[in-house]
Design a protein around this ligand. Structure first.
Ligand code: ZN
Length: 497
């Protein structure tokens, strides 16, 4: 076959893959937002068939010959085509080693397990979720072993979510944080105890909170015709293409910071998806470079912008108008201090920036035990609680606020959590680079995101998955990933509080 013909075939494959992914993405978004509760079983059935079909369309000799054939013609292909072939071969290697029957079973299990987790979290009933969690761990172990029997299962999973990162790298990263940041946490937390934050838990009408979500996304220059904001138990973003991103937030009547920062966080993911270059749209290279890089964008908007003094000073007068009774006696500075108050808390997604990594370390160590050690699932809640006591000095009063709080394990995702901490660290490194050419603080103070958005778009978001995370960091920052920027950022910010 001629090279042009082969590239045409690759394009067709891409379009079929995209169509299935679109169908499954919309179904999954629907399932997590507006679908009736009892829809989960029949949806699992449908999703299992769809995933089986994508498997058959992708894992066959014709596709195999095409991909490896193109790989041989490397020299004739441009950079983007080569990268596509590389991504597809990676994916092919990953999926083809798993028998189709087990692949479909896992899709079904994930859907049911996700439902079980939701129920378990609502009812504080870990025991009902435990059998699903056991199966999820078994599947993940087995799949990792089918794929790369020579590697440790947890390393295989970590590398899936963040290419090039394994336990050794994560250990090094956490060691640096333990050395440079953790020692000061106790002192900062106790010094901050006086900061007033009671007003964050006043009654904030949900319809006004919804209005605030759109005020924030408008402020970030997002085009309302390209995204929607839904509601779900656990906020998430579904990026379908560069004109269709859906994200969710969760509104609590007595917590203003929760939806505020969930919206800022998910908006960061959404902006990333919307800024993918047109020539990558609906291809295997659309989306993002990795989960860690994705989290760098969400954490950038949530924290580096959203939790900065300048941003709060800019947006606070609008918030006061929206919530005159709730915030009438509060100043912008007080609000800033309250949403940054370092405290030892139970919930990861509501943690301040300083203690956030400790929440990730707990999860990382437990996942490691699941895959490396001989741990019994029924003992996990006690292990979780013990680690919270050790790292944060606080014991969860129930499993809903403990081991059941996050959506990931129920959904079959293991090895993802370190991406959050890495994302925060990448974001700090990007900010340091951005500040060489943009007066970041004064742009944020003006509420003008034109330059900041453009910098992120041109340096990171437009490239989709053309570069690996390591290549992208090198290209953007002119040096490798360096966690020192993160440690410096945290130490500077929290010493000044
Ligand atoms: Zn995120």
């Amino acid at each position: 076959m001629k090279t042009q013909e082969m590239l045409q075939k690759l394009k067709e494959l891409e379009q079929i893959q995209y169509a299935y992914q679109y169908a499954m993405g919309v179904t999954s978004f629907d399932g997590n937002t507006v679908a009736p509760k009892n829809s989960y079983k029949a949806r699992g059935q449908a999703m299992s068939v769809l995933s089986g079909e994508t498997y058959k369309k992708f894992i066959n000799n014709e596709v195999k010959e095409l991909l490896y054939g193109l790989q041989e013609k490397k020299k004739e292909l441009d950079f983007v085509s080569n990268r596509k072939v590389e991504k597809y071969i990676e994916e092919y290697e990953k999926i083809s080693k798993i028998p189709i029957k087990e692949f479909m079973e896992f899709t079904k299990l994930r859907n049911e397990s996700n439902h079980s987790w939701e129920q378990a979290k609502t009812n504080d009933d870990f025991d009902s979720f435990a059998p699903y969690l056991t199966k999820i761990i078994e599947f993940n172990k087995r799949f990792a072993n089918y794929r790369k029997p020579e590697k440790k299962a947890y390393d295989v999973l970590l590398d899936d979510f963040e290419k090039g990162m394994e336990m050794d790298d994560i250990d090094k990263f956490f060691e640096q944080l333990k050395k440079d940041v953790v020692p000061s946490i106790k002192e900062v937390v106790s010094k901050s105890a006086k900061i007033r934050d009671d007003f964050l838990n006043r009654k904030f009408p949900i319809d006004k909170q919804k209005e605030l979500s759109y005020i924030l996304t408008d402020l970030l220059n997002m085009n309302r015709d390209d995204y929607t904001i839904g509601e779900s138990e656990h906020p998430f973003t579904m990026g379908l293409n560069n004109n269709d991103v859906r994200f969710t937030t969760h509104y609590y009547g007595n917590q203003i910071a929760s939806s505020f920062y969930s919206t800022m966080h998910e908006a960061g993911h959404a902006i990333y998806g919307l800024n993918s270059d047109e020539k990558l749209n609906t291809t295997v290279l659309a989306g993002g470079a990795s989960n860690g890089i994705h989290e760098s964008q969400s954490r950038f908007y949530e924290n580096l912008i959203g939790r900065s003094k300048e941003f709060i000073q800019y947006v606070f007068p609008t918030m006061k108008k929206l919530f005159p009774e709730q915030l009438g006696d509060v100043t912008a500075l007080e609000f800033y201090l309250a949403v940054n108050k370092p405290k030892t808390s139970l919930i990861r997604i509501e943690a301040d920036e300083l203690t956030y990594s400790l929440h990730i370390m707990v999860r990382y160590e437990i996942e490691r035990m699941m895959f490396e050690g001989d741990v019994n699932v029924k003992d996990l809640p006690a292990i979780w609680n013990k680690k919270y006591e050790e790292y944060l000095g606080i014991i969860p009063p129930n499993n809903t606020q403990g081991i059941l709080q996050d959506v990931h394990w129920g959904f079959g995702m293991m090895g993802y959590f370190p991406s959050y901490a890495l994302g925060s660290a990448y974001a700090s490194q990007f900010l340091a680079k951005m500040k060489e050419t943009i007066k970041f603080d004064s742009e944020v103070a003006k509420g003008d995101f034109t330059k900041i958005n453009l910098w992120l778009k041109e340096n990171i978001q437009t490239h989709g998955a053309i570069y690996t995370p390591k290549q992208l960091i090198m290209k953007t920052c002119g040096e490798e990933f360096n966690p020192a920027y993160y440690a410096d950022y945290l130490n500077d910010k929290f010493k000044a509080l």
